[in-house]
Design a protein around this ligand. Structure first.
Ligand code: AMP
Ligand code: MN
Ligand code: MN
Length: 324
């Protein structure tokens, strides 16, 4: 990857210099938040607070209950109030990922991210697509610029790293990510506890929801797909709008190159998730449907009737990836 997006050192320094003189700071992450969204949001937010700044942390969808164990998560709000000297975004590949949080902010100041599909919508775009998670970027640079990494900050950032790499086992893992994770452990990050809560624990409802998805799993050669309908969600009493990590289980199935999961949302809206082996790049397929992500893991929200969306997405994926 010669043209991989990396952080420009001069830009990074200017961004931190400006941040140094900011007092009121707004930190925002993405809708349908995952572990990295929450970990990087809280890790950055708490570090700025411990540095003496007034910070608000915002997720326009609110904080999902499964992340309530993270210290500082009680501060996360759905909406900001007041004025800010700077707005920082974490883990958002485009403006729409922030949901309603950017309505009154035409151009956010800093865009910290690791998605190759990032549209560079901030004033300072600090994008490192070789980073395994946005929390890795923060774990590396916050201490370098004099910001504290207390135990609670280390826990938040390590949680983001663990969840985005499925426990340090995705193909994008690097030695520098391991070194950053080790430093977070030295700062008090509880690796086994965070791993347990982020990747292993699941509710009874989530297991029943998986059952519904697994029962309609289909295969065509080296592609498999499954669907989670609104009905499945209510029969299982699953409280979230996500897939309860079913996609990560589907990705462990042998002799498959591409996995697609359809999660029916409200109002003719289907969330689509793609996963691929290293030979394929599903991020461009997701961009084609108005979403984004990484080569091996991407997603999009597609409008329309579930059946039609499913047929269209499967055909387009096969066509774009040259799979017959
Ligand atoms: P998911 O399939 O939701 O686990 O997401 C896989 C990857 O794709 C993550 O890096 C997400 O940030 C990204 N992603 C998911 N949905 C979208 C979307 N609607 N727009 C842009 N990126 C997305
Ligand atoms: Mn994310
Ligand atoms: Mn991420």
């Amino acid at each position: 990857m010669n043209d991989a997006k990396q952080i420009d050192e001069a830009l990074l320094k200017s961004a931190f210099q400006e941040l140094g003189s900011a007092q009121r700071v707004l930190v925002i992450s993405h809708i349908r938040p995952d572990g990295d969204a929450v970990g990087s949001l809280i890790g950055l937010g708490l570090s700025l607070q411990e540095n003496g700044k007034e910070v608000q942390m915002v997720l326009s969808d609110g904080l999902p209950g499964i992340f309530r164990h993270l210290p500082g998560s009680d501060q996360v709000k759905k909406k900001a109030s007041g004025n800010f000297d700077m707005t920082l975004l974490v883990d958002c590949s485009d403006r729409s990922r922030a949901g309603d949080a950017l309505i009154e902010i035409p151009i956010p100041d800093v865009n910290f991210d690791h998605h190759p599909t990032n549209t560079d919508f901030g004033r300072y775009n600090l994008i490192d697509e070789t980073a395994v998670s946005t929390s890795e970027i923060l774990g590396r640079y916050l201490p370098e610029f004099g910001y504290p990494i207390s135990k609670q900050i280390a826990d938040a950032l390590l949680f983001g790293m663990i969840t985005d790499t499925l426990g340090f086992r995705t193909h994008n893992m690097t030695a520098h990510a391991m070194k950053t994770a080790a430093k977070l452990m030295e700062a008090g990050g509880d690796l086994p506890g965070l791993y347990q809560r982020g990747l292993l624990n699941r509710s009874y409802a989530a297991a029943r929801y998986w059952g519904a998805g697994l029962s309609n799993l289909e295969r065509d050669g080296r592609i498999i797909w499954a669907t989670l309908t609104l009905k499945d969600r209510s029969s299982a009493s699953y409280p979230g709008r996500d897939d309860a990590d079913l996609i990560n289980f589907l990705s462990t199935i042998d002799a498959i190159d591409v996995v697609i999961l359809f999660i029916e949302q409200e109002r003719e809206q289907v969330k689509v998730s793609w996963r691929a082996t290293p030979a394929y790049d599903v991020s461009q397929v997701a961009v084609n449907f108005g979403g984004g992500g990484h080569k091996a893991a991407a997603g999009a929200s597609v409008e329309g009737d579930l059946e039609k969306v499913r047929a269209n997405v499967i055909n387009t994926t096969k066509m774009m990836l040259g799979i017959v």
